[in-house]
Design a protein around this ligand. Structure first.
Ligand code: 0PR
Length: 350
């Protein structure tokens, strides 16, 4: 039974946004396995560590006095951001405007929260601002930008999105769940220091190399998080902001351990290595006559006519497709040049 549940060894995984946790993240996760940051009165150490995690995330995203918490993942963080926006607004008919390439967690959030989701088309893989501007109105509670899209790894024009949100007094939420640990080492304008952003998703359990579950929700100030507070009558703490009750102390502790070990030097090295790998793969595919999208961040999509599913899968490769059917390779920290060399060799075989 245990053997069947053995951890994925990642040797041929090119499809995932999870990766091998940093050794100290793994160790920290194990030590805090039985703690619950949802009950800070009882589990004080993990509650303190969660503050440290939020401080690190603030530093990474240009926010000097960050509010936030370690969520179960990007889905919860995105849902909670929309919930903040909805609760704070004064409308009976709230809508959220997001790029068409926003992660499907926004569809879930809209459904759960009873908010209309309006999606704006993209031009060259970034949201089309003119189209987005047509969708906002006085009932818009949040305008979303994606900093590192799930399918192509592209970054939306975040400052323009923040400006648009302001015209209708809506919040601006940035989803940097995947891109957030690569973007500090690029020239993109994506974080709190670059634009008037209110909330952000940035997940330690993706490029941050923490153990699952460790998502990150950040807010420009504490009063935004207060929109989420519910009273907790019998706990020592008086209210709770998170969506889930009992939460993973392992995720929180491993997020701190990973960021302590890697911010900023280790993450910078990782970005440079992964970006070089993505550029290399893109060159290899272009040289073979394929149309390649990007890479803007370490994610390569290419219009591949090879039989990319069954045969590659039989050889152990895990690759995914974009909605448009292109092959998609996510260059996570575990994806090395030698892995990509053998992948390209296997593609050549067909
Ligand atoms: N926002 C963005 C930009 C994302 O890419 C994702 C997940 C989320 C939010 C949601 O995050 P959680 O899944 O942590 O709630 N992107 C990947 C995807 O949906 C998640 C993933 C991870 C998929 C590992 C496969 C996998 O093996 O494709």
């Amino acid at each position: 039974m245990l053997q069947r549940a053995a951890p994925q060894d990642f040797e041929r995984v090119l499809s995932s946004m999870c990766t091998v946790p940093h050794p100290s993240a793994r160790e920290a996760a194990e030590r805090f396995l039985a703690t619950n940051p949802g009950d800070p009165g009882t589990y004080e150490t993990i509650a303190d560590l969660e503050h440290e995690a939020v401080d690190y995330l603030g530093e990474i995203t240009g926010l000097s006095d960050p509010a936030g918490y370690v969520a179960s993942g990007g889905t919860e963080a995105n849902l909670q951001a929309i919930r903040i926006a909805r609760n704070r607004a004064d409308t009976d008919d709230p809508n959220v405007v997001a790029p068409v390439h926003a992660h499907f967690s926004f569809t879930k959030a809209a459904d759960v929260l009873g908010v209309e989701l309006r999606t704006a088309p993209a031009t060259d893989y970034r949201v089309n601002m003119a189209a987005m501007a047509e969708l906002v109105d006085e009932d818009t509670v949040c305008v979303v930008g994606v900093a590192g899209s799930t399918e192509y790894g592209y970054v939306d024009p975040i400052p323009a999105i923040a400006d648009l949100a302001e015209t209708v007094d809506a919040l601006c939420h940035v989803d940097a769940a995947w891109g957030g640990f690569y973007l500090p080492f690029t020239d993109h304008d994506w974080h709190f220091g670059h634009a008037d952003i209110d909330t952000m998703t940035i997940d330690p359990h993706k490029v941050g190399q923490a153990a699952v579950p460790a998502g990150g929700l950040l807010a420009r100030d504490r009063s935004l998080l207060d929109e989420l507070a519910v009273e907790t009558p019998y706990l020592e703490s008086t209210d709770q902001l998170t969506l889930t009750g009992t939460r993973s102390g392992a995720g929180v502790a491993s997020a701190v351990a990973a960021m302590e070990a890697l911010w900023p030097t280790g993450y910078r090295q990782q970005y440079e290595t992964s970006m070089a790998n993505a550029d290399w793969l893109a060159d290899q595919l272009s040289a073979r006559g394929h149309d390649v999208v990007g890479p803007e961040l370490p994610l390569v999509a290419a219009d591949l006519s090879v039989p990319m599913t069954d045969e590659l899968r039989d050889r152990g490769w895990r690759v995914s497709k974009t909605g448009a059917g292109e092959m998609r390779v996510v260059c996570m920290p575990h994806v090395t040049r030698s892995m990509l060399r053998s992948f390209v060799a296997d593609l050549d075989w067909y």
